[in-house]
Design a protein around this ligand. Structure first.
Ligand SMILES: [Zn+2]
Length: 429
C-alpha cells in the first residue's frame, strides 16, 4: 500500500533529522542563485529545523523580480524544463527543473497515486491542462511511471472527453472540480446515468482549485466514485505536494521534500498548534531552483494527530482560501469559499456560481449569480423568488452583508477552460 514504504512511514525523529540535513544542503545550493546570493545566505547558522525562521521569505514578487534566470542555482546546461504561471498579469513566474528534479517530482506523484489505489492496470484520463501549467504533465509523469494507460486529453472538449471515458473505460480521472461539475451537468442534460455509461470509473483526483467538502460529495454522489483532494503549486513543482490518503481527512504533505510552516499572514509569526494560517514552504530536495520560505498565500492548518494509514508525514486540512482571494467589502473580510459553502448546502441550487463586485457611487456592491438546478422550472416565478430571498438571507447570515442575488438557468454561467473564474472584481479603485 506504500509506493516508498521507508520514506512514507519514516519515524518522526528520523524524518526531522533528514529535514535538517536537507535544509542545510538547500541553503548551500540556494546561495548559488543570484537572487539568494544577494541575501548573503551563507551567513545563517542552522542547528535545528526551527532555525528556518532566521531565513528570509520568498514571495511571488521576488520570483518576478528574478525573472528570467535569477533563481537558478545550477549551470543552465543542467536545467531540462521550465514551467510558468500564465503571466496574464505582467511578468510570469518561472520554475526550473533539473533531470533529478523531474525524477523526484515524479516519485512524489507516484506516492500520491499509489496511496489511493492507482495501479498499472488503471486507465488514467488526465483532464487537466498540459503545457506551461504544471497540473497536466505533473500527474502524467507519475501515472506513466506507475504503468497506467495514460490519456492526455487535457481540459475542455466535453463531448470527446466523455467519449474517451466511455470507449477506453477510464478508471481514474484527474479533473478540476468545477469541470467535474460541468461534466455532471452535461451528462444530466443528456439523460445519461454515469454508472451505466462508465461502469469502470472508480476515482477522481480533484486538483488545481480549492473546493468545499460539499463539492467533493456532489461529485462522488453523481458519478458514484471516490474523489480525492490534491494540492500543489507550480513554485513547489505542481501537483504532488500534498494529497489525501484513503482516510479522506486532510492531505499528507511530503515532509522529506517540503518543510512546512503555518504563519499568521499579518505578523508572519508561527500560529499555535493546529491553528489556521498561511502555508509557507521550503523545498528540501530541489536542485535547479531551491526556494526558501515561499509564501503560498494559501490558508490551512496542520493536523498533528498520527494518521491511521501509517504515513508519518503530517496532514494539512483542505485549503480554505487564499489570503489573496479575500474580498474586503464594506470593511468585511469575505472568502469566495464561504459563499460556495452556503450555496452548496441549499436545495434547488445548481452547480455553478459567480461573484461580481462593482462600485455603485462610493459603495461596493456584490452580485452573486447562481444557477438553479433542473428540478425547478425557470417559469415558476413564485418558487424562484422564494429561493432568491432564501439565498440572500443565508448569505447575509454567513458574510454579514446582503448581496444582490441573480438566478440563472442551468448552464447560464460560462464555464472556464482552466480554473473557474469565481470572482470578477470590476470595482474602480
Ligand atoms: Zn493517511
Amino acid at each position: 500500500m506504500y509506493w516508498e514504504r521507508d520514506s512514507e512511514t519514516m519515524p518522526r525523529d528520523r524524518l526531522e533529522e533528514l529535514q535538517l540535513t536537507r535544509l542545510r544542503e538547500t541553503i548551500e545550493r540556494a546561495s548559488k542563485a543570484p537572487f539568494y546570493e544577494k541575501a548573503g545566505l551563507r551567513d545563517y547558522s542552522i542547528s535545528s529545523v526551527s532555525d528556518i525562521t532566521k531565513l528570509p521569505f520568498t514571495t511571488k514578487q521576488d520570483l518576478r523580480d528574478a525573472y528570467p534566470y535569477g533563481m537558478i542555482s545550477v549551470p543552465l546546461e543542467e536545467v531540462v524544463r521550465l514551467h510558468s504561471s500564465s503571466g496574464t498579469t505582467g511578468i510570469p513566474t518561472v520554475v526550473y527543473h533539473s533531470r533529478g528534479d523531474i525524477q523526484r517530482w515524479t516519485e512524489l506523484v507516484c506516492r500520491c497515486l499509489f496511496m489511493i489505489g492507482v495501479r498499472k492496470h488503471d486507465v488514467f484520463q488526465n483532464m487537466i491542462g498540459y503545457g506551461l501549467f504544471t497540473g497536466g504533465l505533473g500527474l502524467h509523469y507519475g501515472a506513466e511511471r506507475l504503468g497506467c494507460l495514460t490519456i492526455p486529453t487535457g481540459p475542455g472538449n466535453t463531448k470527446r472527453q466523455l467519449k474517451f471515458m466511455k470507449d477506453f473505460k477510464a478508471t481514474v480521472i484527474h479533473v478540476i472540480p468545477s469541470y467535474a461539475l460541468h461534466l455532471a451537468d452535461t451528462l444530466e442534460s443528456m439523460g445519461i446515468v454515469p454508472k451505466d455509461e462508465f461502469p469502470n470509473l472508480r476515482s477522481a483526483i480533484l486538483g488545481a482549485e480549492p473546493h468545499t467538502e460539499e463539492t467533493r460529495e456532489k461529485i462522488e454522489n453523481f458519478f458514484g466514485i471516490q474523489a480525492f483532494n490534491s494540492y500543489g503549486l507550480s513554485e513547489m513543482n505542481g501537483p504532488g505536494v500534498a494529497f489525501e490518503c484513503p482516510e479522506k481527512n486532510g492531505m499528507h504533505i511530503w515532509e522529506d521534500a517540503f518543510l512546512v510552516e503555518i504563519l499568521d499572514p499579518d505578523t508572519l509569526k508561527p500560529v499555535g498548534t493546529g491553528e489556521h494560517g498561511e502555508l509557507v514552504i521550503t523545498t528540501l530536495s530541489r536542485e535547479a531552483m531551491p526556494i526558501l520560505r515561499y509564501r503560498t498565500k494559501d490558508l490551512t492548518s496542520i493536523i498533528e494527530d498520527p494518521c491511521p494509514c501509517g504515513r508519518s508525514h503530517r496532514k494539512i486540512v483542505r485549503i480554505t482560501g487564499r489570503s489573496d482571494d479575500m474580498m474586503i467589502l464594506k470593511g468585511v473580510n469575505i472568502f469566495p469559499m464561504q459563499i460556495e459553502a452556503v450555496l452548496n448546502g441549499m436545495k434547488h441550487v445548481g452547480r455553478n456560481y459567480q461573484i461580481i463586485l462593482e462600485s455603485r457611487g462610493h459603495n461596493d456592491h456584490m452580485i452573486v449569480k447562481v444557477e438553479v438546478d433542473s428540478s425547478l422550472s425557470i417559469e415558476d416565478y413564485k418558487a424562484l423568488e422564494s429561493l432568491r430571498a432564501n439565498i440572500v438571507r443565508e448569505l447575509r447570515d454567513e458574510i454579514l452583508i446582503s448581496p444582490e442575488v441573480v438566478l440563472c438557468e442551468p448552464g447560464g454561467i460560462p464555464v472556464a477552460q482552466g480554473k473557474a473564474v469565481r470572482v470578477l472584481d470590476n470595482r474602480s479603485i
